[in-house]
Ligand binder design. Structure first.
Ligand code: SAM
Length: 317
């Protein structure tokens, strides 16, 4: 068994460069092509860092095999600290895969994910192998996060995007993290910048974990956790430099309220799952509201036809 990262061909150059910088590529194996995807061999012990850039896939080949066959793909999953979360639809034989995964160093529990649901965007999980323990410590981009994989939303797949946003923040900014969850955007940005961040979420468990994550990390800036509805809370602020809107299936209805709080020239980091045609329509609606598109990125694939998009928007008037 060895591990490969499945990515879109179009992202090959960028991701391979990133993996090489992290020494996360296993040069004993060749990169393979399957349709529109590349399968990049991942160095042992680097699975967690590599999984930030695509789907981690277990290939069924002898360790000595230099060219494992794509037919051996058994499934893909997210590694969050000591916990593996696998999606049913991506796994042919979840029980065998989970038993294999449990043999990996540091993995204590393997869960099957029945999907994100409800207003808190939480996951319904069942234990496949290992111990019933849904909390874990997860490290990304130099911060440490306490994660409860069941009680509050968290995904490691946005790690690169979070770093990109943090890199574009300037000291002194007033920021609202409108759907903050356990705080991966807020904590990272405040770790790197002297800024003030208002972090809103209506899930009490998410806010509890956020408070713990503020405590765990040495922050340059301040993070103020707010338990409440983002629509009602955002209206309490004016002159905001940046609003982060990571609610990929429902952020758009909050844009007009967010714009009232945003100062002229301020930035919205907007996330949405959509099709290619759908995001074009959405960009046109955002333009009509007075927002200029500064950048658009496909962060990762979501389904056969949908992608997670990152839009950086500036309020012109
Ligand atoms: N930003 C976090 C991250 O990157 O991991 C969490 C994103 S998660 C997709 C969306 C979060 O928004 C959830 O934690 C959910 O509880 C919260 N949420 C959804 N609707 C909300 C609302 N109307 N007011 C406050 N929080 C909301």
């Amino acid at each position: 068994m060895n591990y490969h990262l499945r990515i879109d061909k179009s992202q090959g150059k960028e991701v391979i460069g990133m993996l090489r910088r992290l020494s996360a590529m296993d040069d004993n194996y060749d990169i393979m092509r399957t349709g529109e995807h590349l399968l990049i061999p991942v160095a042992e012990g680097k699975e967690s860092s590599a999984s930030e850039y695509g789907e981690l896939i277990l290939l069924n080949g002898k360790p000595s095999s230099r060219k494992p066959r794509p037919e051996g793909i058994k499934g893909s999953y997210d590694v969050i600290g000591s916990i593996v979360v696998m999606k049913k639809s991506n796994v042919r034989d979840p029980v065998s895969l989970s038993e294999n995964l449990l043999m990996r160093p540091g993995i204590r529990s393997v869960y099957l994910d029945h999907g994100v649901q409800g207003p808190f965007r939480t996951r319904k999980l069942t234990l496949l192998a290992g111990e019933e323990s849904r909390t874990t410590l997860y490290r990304e981009n130099g911060i440490e996060l306490l994660v409860d994989v069941e009680k509050a939303y968290f995904s490691p797949r946005l790690a690169t995007e979070r770093m990109r946003v943090s890199d574009s923040v300037k000291d002194g900014e007033l920021i609202i993290d409108l759907f903050a969850g356990i705080g991966p955007f807020s904590v990272l940005i405040a770790r790197n910048h002297e800024c003030r961040i208002i972090s809103i979420d209506h899930n009490p468990s998410a806010i509890g974990l956020l408070k713990e994550n503020i405590r765990r990390n040495r922050l340059k800036g301040t993070v103020e956790p707010v338990l409440g509805d983002s629509g009602a809370e955002v209206e309490k602020y004016t002159g905001v430099d940046r609003i982060i809107m990571n609610l990929p299936h429902g952020a758009f209805p909050f844009v007009s309220k967010a714009m009232k709080s945003l100062k002229r020239g301020g930035t919205i980091n907007f996330y949405e799952v959509n099709t290619v045609a759908g995001i074009a329509g959405r960009m046109s609606e955002l333009r009509d509201m007075g927002l200029t598109l500064k950048s658009k990125r496909e962060v990762h694939g979501y389904s056969r036809e949908e992608y997670m998009y990152s839009l950086e928007l500036v309020k012109e008037v």
